[in-house]
Each structure stands twice: as C-alpha cells, then as structure tokens.
Design a protein around this ligand. Structure first.
Ligand SMILES: Nc1ncnc2c1ncn2[C@@H]1O[C@H](COP(=O)(O)OP(=O)(O)OP(=O)(O)O)[C@@H](O)[C@H]1O
Ligand SMILES: [Mg+2]
Length: 465
C-alpha cells in the first residue's frame, strides 16, 4: 500500500477541519437569519395587534371590538400566510376571533410580546397585547392575540441561510484548491531532484548540487550525498581489495605453474615425485590464501550492511576451537589451554565469522610461538559500564614490537622473521570481524612480559527481560 501523499494528507486535513467549521458556522448563520426575519416580520405583527387593541373599548354593559380591516389586510395581500386573531378576557370565551389560540407565557399590560406556538397543527408566530379597559364593570384587561403561519418567514430564513452557506462552501473549495496548488509547487523541487538522480549515469556518484533547492530540501540532498559518499567509499574499498587479491594470487599461481613445468620436465617417475610434493605444498598455501581472501570479502560488508545476527555462545565456541586445534599444538609441542567461563556468554553475531576470528588468532599464536611454548585462550565477562565478553589469546612467543601493533592489522602486512610464509591477511580479517560485531581489539605484551596478548571485547546480547 502506498503511503498517502502530501497533497492527499493536506486535502484530508483541510477538508475535515474546514467542514467542521462550516457546520458550526451554519448553525450560527441559521439562528442569525431566523433572528433577522423575526425582527422584520414581528414589526408588522405588532402593528396589527396594536391596531386592533386601539379599537377595543367598553360600554357600561359590554366590551366592543371594532376590528379595523387595515389591521388584517396588511398581511393578506400577496402573502401565502394565514392570519388568526382573537380578542377576549383571559379565562373566558373569546369575544371575537378564533378560540384557544396559544397564549404568551409572560405578559404585562400595554406592551406587546411575541412568541411561537402551534395551532391546529400549524406552526404560528404570535403577537399578544394586554389592554386594560379602565371601567369598573370590566376590571380585567382584554387580551388581543394575532398569529400568522410562518411560510414567508421560513422562505426568508432559508434564502438568507442558503446564500450564506453557499458562499462559505465556495470559500472552502477555493481554499482547498489554493492549498493543493501551493503543495504542488512546493513539492516540485523534490520531483525535480528525483528526476535529476534518475537521469544520472549509472557510475556517477558525485554529490548532487542543491542549487535552486528550497532550504527545506537541503537535509534530504545532504543525506543522499552522504549516502552516495559511503557507497563510493565502499566501492573504492572493494576495488582496492580486488586489485590486492589479484596481485596476491598472481605470485602463488606463477609459482605453481613453474613447479608443474619443472615436474613435467622430469623423465623418470621417481624424479618427478619431489617436484609434485612441492607442488602439492604450494597448492595448499594457495588454497589457504584463496579461502582467506574469500572470508575477508565476506567479513567486510558486515561493516556497512545490516546482517542478521544470531545469539552465539562465544565461550563454548572458543572451547571447541581449542579442542579442534589441540593436535596442531601437540605436533609443535605447544601447550594449548583454555581458561575461564564455563557458563554461556552470549553475543549477537555470526558464528561462522566468530569462528574465523578465533581460528586466526589461535593459528597466529601457534605459528609464531616456538616449540615447547605455551598458548592460552581465556574467555570471561569484562566488568564495566557495558558488560562485554572478553576473549584473550596469550602466547609466550616473540610478540609484536609496539611500533608495529597498528600496521599488523593492514592487509598483506607481515613482519620479517620466522620461516612460515603466511599472506598477512589473518589480523586484517580479525579486525573486520571485530568491528562488524561492534567490538574492539587490542594488542599488548603478554602478562608474563614475554609474548603477545591479543584482547577482543564483544558486546553481549541484551539479557531477556
Ligand atoms: N602471536 C603472534 N606472535 C608474534 N607475531 C605475530 C603474532 N600474530 C601475528 N604476528 C605478526 O603479525 C603479522 C601479521 O599477522 P597476520 O595473521 O595478519 O598474517 P600472517 O599470520 O602473516 O598471515 P596469514 O594471513 O596466513 O594469517 C605476522 O606476519 C606476524 O609477524
Ligand atoms: Mg596469521
């Protein structure tokens, strides 16, 4: 599913908020329109009520009502409304007009009031006036009520209301369109940026220039440039690695070729044999070199790329490696031992690479330590702010002079001396693996003073909560 675009998000938000505002506003508009219509039409109603009230008077024996035609005519002309009136003393039968018109709730003499009511199923707007008769015979005042149906009022209200709402709805539509157009313009530089990147040649990793870009887009451009820089560095490292590897493989292959030629030149099978033995030995180192190059190329990318990590018990792994290499140590008369953790020490990592790490370190110790030496592999928990697994490989061989302790990590770097011809890749591989696992490595003198101690710290897995 595609994430909603900026335009859609904006549209949904704006539309929602503005519509809610429109509804609230419509409610106010309606009551305003109703107020305005009532104010206008109540005035006519007031005139009618007063006109009738003026013509109500009392004689000694009766109350006389002389309805002026004009009071009612005011409404009838050209109107779709019906008019109802009544004159009478409250609580008694009507003197004239309709019976039982709705009565006002609060009324004082001589001041008209207006109110809504229902008469025979019709909604009415009514005006009422209480008129005192000022005669002893008729102490109670007369109530004049005039009511009209509200068709005209409703038409006016509807007209006012709809016009108001339509005007505001139009405003909302215009605002939405403007906002969408504005986002379209604002997003344009990002589209352009994408287009520019797509159109680049495949191998062009030069930084993108952020000219004509709004400054809000600059962080994105910077991030892309940073990313391209990283990819560039990785490609460069790859390229260097392949050149080095090719260079390093060329020599042993040439040697193999020479040895094979030499073997072929021998006429007697017995003469051929030592040549084939030498060829076999060289082939063995070539295979080891090739394997090392492959494991280096496997370890390198874990620095830059995410790798799936599994929990690995580094203590058990180290113990197994020691057991595995015991025969090799015995052949050289070296006392190889394991020390430390019998409980599991779990680090998140890749077992194959961690094995490679241990085997390279132990292999070095066994190779460079003279016969009858001592090599110890120790694994324990290093206390500190962040708990780490500490792996130490200690030998009592020649050690590495302090000034070379950085350089030995470089690819193909070897120290003179010793008859063994390695390729100088072991520690480079070890460091790649350590870094890839978020750990650190440190070379030091062995605790006894004679020999080398290689110490590796690896972050432990989070203990399960
Ligand atoms: N335990 C050690 N004691 C003394 N010198 C060592 C020890 N470990 C490594 N070195 C020195 O560091 C150099 C680099 O070691 P590294 O393991 O990288 O390469 P290498 O052992 O020569 O070749 P390989 O690629 O076969 O391992 C070695 O040539 C050696 O001189
Ligand atoms: Mg080595």
């Amino acid at each position: 599913m595609r994430a909603p675009g900026l335009k859609r998000r904006l549209a949904i938000w704006l539309f929602g908020v503005l519509s809610a505002l429109l509804v609230v506003d419509a409610w106010f508009s309606y009551s305003d329109a109703l107020g305005a219509a009532n104010q206008a039409y109540d005035r006519s109603l007031s005139a009618s009520v007063k006109g009738i009230a003026e013509r109500v008077y009392a004689t000694e024996s009766e109350v006389v009502v002389d309805i002026p035609y004009s009071a009612l005519e005011l409404f009838e002309a050209g109107s779709s409304d019906r008019l109802f009136y009544s004159v009478g003393i409250p609580g008694e039968a009507a003197i004239t007009g309709y019976e039982a018109l709705p009565l006002p709730e609060n009324i004082v003499t001589n001041s008209p009031v207006f109110y809504d009511g229902i008469y025979k199923g019709q909604q009415l707007r009514l005006g009422a006036l209480l008129k005192p008769l000022y005669r002893q015979e008729f102490p109670k005042p007369v109530m004049v009520i005039v009511g009209e149906t509200i068709n005209t009022r409703q038409e006016v209200v509807q007209h006012l209301f709809l016009r108001e709402v339509a005007r505001k709805a139009l405003l909302i539509v215009v605002a939405l369109a403007v906002a969408l157009f504005a986002t379209m313009i604002a997003v344009q530089p990002i589209d352009n940026l994408g287009q520019a990147i797509r159109e680049r040649p495949e191998d062009d990793l030069t930084p993108i220039e952020a000219v004509d870009m709004p400054h809000e887009v600059k962080p994105l451009v910077d991030a892309i440039n940073l990313h391209m820089q990283r990819i560039g560095a990785m490609l460069e490292a790859r390229r260097r690695f392949i050149t080095d590897a090719a260079h390093q493989l060329r020599t042993p292959l040439a040697v193999l070729n020479t040895q094979a030629e030499f073997a072929l030149r021998q006429q007697a099978a017995a003469d051929m044999r030592p040549a084939v033995v030498a060829l076999h030995r060289s082939l063995g180192s070539a295979i080891r070199l090739t394997n090392q190059l492959l494991s280096l190329s496997r370890a390198e990318p874990i620095n830059g790329l995410m790798v799936a990590r599994q929990p690995v018990d580094i203590a058990a792994l180290a113990r197994d490696m020691v057991v595995e290499l015991l025969p090799l140590a015995e052949r050289k008369g070296i006392d190889l031992g394991f020390e430390g953790a019998t409980t599991a020490l779990i680090v998140p990592g890749q077992a194959v690479l961690l094995r490679e790490l241990l085997s390279n370190l132990i292999d070095n110790a066994l190779r460079y330590t003279p016969a009858a030496g001592i090599v110890t592999v120790a694994v324990d928990l290093a206390e500190g702010p962040a708990a780490r697994a500490r792996i130490r490989v200690i030998d009592n061989g020649p050690g590495i002079p302090a000034q070379f302790r950085e350089q030995v990590f470089l690819r193909f770097f070897r120290l003179d001396g010793g008859d063994y011809t390695g390729s100088g890749l072991g520690l480079a591989i070890v460091r790649e693996i350590v870094v890839g696992h978020g750990g650190e490595i440190c070379l030091a003198d062995a605790p006894g003073g004679q020999g080398l101690q290689v110490e590796v710290g690896l972050p432990l897995a989070e203990p399960p909560a």
